[in-house]
Design a protein around this ligand. Sequence first.
Ligand SMILES: NC(=O)c1ccc[n+]([C@@H]2O[C@H](COP(=O)([O-])OP(=O)(O)OC[C@H]3O[C@@H](n4cnc5c(N)ncnc54)[C@H](OP(=O)(O)O)[C@@H]3O)[C@@H](O)[C@H]2O)c1
Length: 347
Amino acid sequence: MKQTHNTNRQLTLAARPVGAPTANDFALQETTPPSPKQGEVLLRTVFLSLDPYMRGRMSDAKSYAEPVAIGEPMVGGTVSRVHTSLNPDFQVGDWVLSYSGWQDYALSNGEGLIKLDPAQVPPSYALGVLGMPGFTAYMGLLDIGKPQAGETIVVAAATGAVGSMVAQIGKLKGCRVVAIAGGAEKCAYALDTLGVDACIDHKADDFAEQLAQACPKGIDVYYENVGGKVLDAVLPLLNTGARIPVCGLISQYNATALPDGPDRLGQLMGSILVKRMTVKGFIIFDDYAHRYDEFAKDMSQWLRDGKIHYREQIVEGLDKAPQAFIGLLQGENFGKLVVRVGADELA
Ligand SMILES: NC(=O)c1ccc[n+]([C@@H]2O[C@H](COP(=O)([O-])OP(=O)(O)OC[C@H]3O[C@@H](n4cnc5c(N)ncnc54)[C@H](OP(=O)(O)O)[C@@H]3O)[C@@H](O)[C@H]2O)c1
């Protein structure tokens, strides 16, 4: 079913997943679009962003943000158009960056909405290169990673929304960038389009050996997106004074228990001590919201100058969101994952 004027399709959280989410953890419900009160706008979703953090919102384990309640629509960043306006600051048809979630329509009082100009860049870019993932790559790499020209940066999930930006910003700063990605096609893209110096497929049997060969001078910045066996392979290669921005640990998001094998916490702490490393976690808008303009200025300029390549994977239809999201946690996306929920113009 396509988006219409009189139905609000909502994808709600039906159950909290144990391990990898399944289609049964989501439910499709249909209601009537809500009516705005004075001061409010009714937003129609055009694009919905799918992001790894949503796995955390499906769980009620203690975290930095509240979980989605069972029966409520899944949360998520959206690019929307103003469908009805009772707020003088917004006109019908305006494009905005909003947080409407996995549904066709949502109300807003205007707070936090950011107007977009589709004449400048495709509006969906506000969910990726010019939005949260791009901002995350920029601040994590530059403020915590502090890369210096000639140093070696390693980044995994390197063709994804965050990793592809880390890799390219690293090259712009004059570093040797070693990418890690899942499969030959993604590695070819990292080498040929993102311009990295080497790309290692983490599914290769000799992944750790290949990574060591690609980092003959060790690793100065490890931009942590995945954890797990990638971190295991990186750890012995880190240089004294290395910096590790801890951005995400996607390989663990579906885990239900600690990994098999010996406890390696002592080894990790020993490395941090002996090599005097900086390991710092961050949550982008909690920690860096005040620096958004700095990022937006640099990234817009790089895009205009053709210095940054951006790849989106656009999935057609809100009903495809659960499967696409399940695939994101298994490396099935290639580029920033976005769902087209409705047409630019609704007939
Ligand atoms: N701290 C923050 O504020 C913040 C903000 C945004 C994102 N993040 C984090 O940044 C990371 C990247 O997010 P993104 O939006 O850019 O996602 P993404 O890279 O576009 O997509 C996820 C990618 O992760 C890789 N992956 C999935 N499962 C994996 C596994 N078991 N082992 C190794 N790699 C796996 C896959 O790439 P391959 O096929 O190449 O392996 C997959 O395509 C995530 O950890 C996310 O939680 C943090």
